[in-house]
Design a protein around this ligand. Structure first.
Ligand SMILES: [Zn+2]
Length: 67
């Protein structure tokens, strides 16, 4: 017999942000600056971050965001 009062509680859906570079959504993002002319921080996924930080003197890490 199925107990109709039984409920499954799913953990709330994690928020996602779109990666500035690859436009995919992630639940974990890195706040970075990587272009001299860009005054604002942008959110980027880990793989993009690893690419842009290479030999980038403008690269700055501003923290990690979790959805
Ligand atoms: Zn990305």
């Amino acid at each position: 017999m199925v107990n109709s009062s039984q409920r499954f509680f799913y953990s709330p859906l994690m928020k996602k942000k779109d990666c500035k570079r690859c436009k995919k959504s992630f639940t974990k993002m890195y706040r970075v600056r990587y272009i001299e002319s860009v005054k604002n921080w942008v959110f980027m996924c880990e793989s993009c971050l690893l690419e842009v930080k290479q030999d980038n003197k403008f690269y700055k890490y501003g923290g990690t965001w979790k959805g």
